[in-house]
Design a protein around this ligand. Structure first.
Ligand code: ADP
Ligand code: MG
Length: 286
């Protein structure tokens, strides 16, 4: 292959804000037949808005204050939204003496009074609060559960806007020969299916951990396979893909080390553009 053409493709990609690390990644991109897309922050904008709360054992304000206290050390998109609501309401947060976060489940914090607060997936809260019913959600909404000790303090309903370019990008990927497209998300199945339906993705794997994202990717039929993600929880699957594309500043910092191509601008439309550029470049080089 002619390296001059490859450098042209890489510099054209750089013009739209895409940094391709090496010629091998460009060549692989041109041949990509499958794509796995993360949901939160990739197909959606990743700055969710708190829509409403369903109080459990605690009032709405107590619930928000507890959740915001536990989330204050987290970089997750939900953490910022919950913290903002607590600030808007002028709530005083309980004192936290220790906290830890898992990319899979959510966060937990130990309060100064010795009680534990958890914010995250329903299964994570069930570990301390016992079996729970999933809340009813409108399309585009998702939820986090909040526990205090063994009580279900309540549920926070968030809505994350779809990116304007998400559906168009999925359609364009099909035109470019990337016909096998799956969504891999850590979020719940109902939210994942609703978003997938809106953007035109049939294959959905919800409730994923960073490790099961890798397993689902490995099971994809057509090769090479592209992974597009933005989050800390996407780093292993970005590394496992034939080409990994990390979206946005959050993705770049969390995943750029493992990704073979890094998108610096926060727009999923660039994924289709860069495949187009790679296909044209490889055609010229051959
Ligand atoms: P995706 O794989 O679609 O990008 P996320 O990275 O948002 O999904 O994580 C999936 C799920 O994990 C979230 O929907 C949420 O339930 C839970 N979760 C992860 N981190 C947090 C956190 N800091 N606070 C609350 N929930 C969290
Ligand atoms: Mg994400």
């Amino acid at each position: 292959a002619a390296p001059v053409a490859f450098m042209g493709g890489m510099s054209r990609a750089a013009q739209i804000g895409v940094i391709i690390k090496n010629g091998g990644a460009l060549e692989t991109l041109a041949r990509v037949r499958s794509a796995a897309l993360d949901k939160t922050g990739t197909l959606t904008r990743g700055n969710p808005e708190v829509r409403r709360v369903i109080p459990g054992t605690h009032s709405a304000d107590e619930l928000i204050a507890l959740a915001a206290a536990a989330e204050q050390f987290s970089l997750h998109a939900f953490a910022q939204s919950i913290g903002q609501v607590a600030a808007e309401r002028g709530l005083t947060l309980p004192e936290v003496t220790g906290a830890d976060e898992t990319a899979t489940n959510g966060v937990r914090a130990l309060l100064a009074d010795g009680t534990e607060v958890r914010v995250g997936k329903i299964t994570y809260i069930e570990e301390v609060a016992g079996p729970l019913e999933p809340a009813q959600l409108a399309p585009g909404e998702t939820f986090v559960y909040v526990s205090h000790g063994s009580d279900l303090a309540g549920i926070i309903i968030l809505a994350d806007e779809l990116r304007a370019t998400a559906a168009g990008t999925v359609a364009r990927l099909h035109e470019l020969g990337v016909t096998d497209i799956a969504m891999l998300t850590g979020d719940n199945a109902a939210t994942a299916r609703a978003i997938a339906g809106t953007v035109g993705i049939d294959e959905v794997e919800a409730g994923c951990t960073p490790q099961t994202k890798v397993e689902h990717l490995a099971a994809m039929r057509n090769r090479p396979v592209l992974m597009v993600g933005d989050g800390v929880n996407d780093a292993p699957v970005l590394a496992a893909a034939d080409v990994g594309i990390a979206l946005g500043a959050r993705g770049a910092s969390a995943a750029s080390e493992s990704a073979s191509a890094v998108i610096t601008q926060d727009d999923i439309a660039n994924v289709a553009y860069v495949i187009e550029i790679s296909q044209r470049t490889v055609r010229i080089a051959l």
